[in-house]
Design a protein around this ligand. Structure first.
Ligand code: DGY
Length: 323
């Protein structure tokens, strides 16, 4: 049997690239620069499977081809809002993602941001590196206590729950949850969490708010100026979900005017560009989209793609099919 032709749009950890090459007729974008929609469109005429990531854009026009060879888009990542899944479906193309394997590490990065911004770790590190530290003093870089505070989690899927696990069991935090559907009482009970109906109900009650909902049009600017205004002036916003969930201009203003206490961001609206007004905010910690960036997780994501492809081409339903 001829091996399916598979295109990987970015470099992957070597161990997974090697495994994939054993099974498929594999092409890797060795330049490791994002492909444009036209490149992806051309690839869909030539490859049985295209394996995109968050840096690829697959809007509806990409699927508009006289003849498409691609039968599956196996996304390397859990978030797939960059793929128009309706358009894929209408062209008979399956879409899969890589859930589970990255939940723990993404929640670790959300905790990292929460601790860093609350305890002013970024400011402290900059002070040291720039030679501005004058020594211990009782009033130096006073932060906010995390243990025992109230954390609001928006989006209570796998990553939201991994965050609750850390915050409640590790830091004794009180957990409030807002989710688009009702969360089973036994799941809430694991973290002694309380579900509220709306984002408006949640925001005024929290010392920290962590976003774990999907990106895409439905959640674009879910956190906007009006909702930032509902947060306590001492509260912190953490975003490890997708950049578009937060209106960056409104956040920059809220940080500048002290509408909220601070923020921690791992994701941005126009990655890799950073909104210029965010760069000078001292009460902001920024990381370059590191949520899933551990060797174990990135290899796990690759193995999950491999399994989804194997299932698909061997006639089984891939476990992570999302369209
Ligand atoms: C994910 O898996 O969605 C990460 O953000 C990388 O795309």
């Amino acid at each position: 049997m001829t091996k399916p032709r598979v295109l990987v749009t970015r470099r992957w950890p070597e161990a997974v690239e090697a495994k994939m090459a054993e099974v498929f007729d594999l092409t890797i974008n060795r330049d490791d620069r994002p492909l444009g929609p036209d490149d992806i469109r051309a690839a869909m005429a030539d490859y049985d499977a295209v394996l995109p990531t968050v840096t690829d854009r697959l809007p509806a026009p990409v699927f508009d081809l006289p003849k498409t060879r691609t039968r599956i888009l196996a996304n390397y990542g859990v978030g797939f809002a960059h793929i128009d899944t309706e358009a894929a479906k209408s062209h008979g193309i399956a879409v899969t993602n890589t859930p589970d394997v990255l939940s723990e590490c993404t929640a670790d990065i959300a905790m990292t941001l929460m601790l860093m911004v609350a305890r002013r770790a970024g400011e402290g590190e900059r002070e040291l590196r720039e030679g501005r530290w004058t020594g211990w003093r009782p009033t130096h870089l006073i932060g906010t206590k995390v243990s025992g505070a109230t954390l609001g989690i928006i989006g209570f899927g796998r990553i939201g729950q991994a965050m609750a696990q850390r915050a409640h069991h590790g830091f004794g935090m009180k957990i409030l949850v807002q989710n688009r559907s009702k969360v089973a009482p036994e799941i809430l009970a694991r973290y002694n969490a309380v579900q509220v109906d709306t984002v408006e109900d949640l925001l005024p009650q929290c010392d920290f708010v962590s976003l774990h909902c999907p990106g895409g049009a439905a959640n674009r600017h879910l956190i906007n100026a009006r909702r930032l205004d509902l947060m306590k002036p001492t509260a912190f916003l953490i975003n490890t979900a997708r950049g578009e969930v937060v209106a960056e201009h409104a956040l920059a203003q809220a940080l500048w005017f002290g509408t909220i206490g601070g923020a921690g961001l791992d994701v941005f609206e126009r990655e890799p560009l950073i909104h210029p007004d965010l760069k000078d905010a001292d009460n902001l910690v920024m990381l370059p989209h590191l949520g899933s960036a551990t060797r174990e997780t990135r290899e796990g994501m690759g193995m999950r793609v491999l399994q989804n492809l194997r299932d698909f081409f061997e006639g089984r339903e891939p476990q992570d099919r999302v369209a």
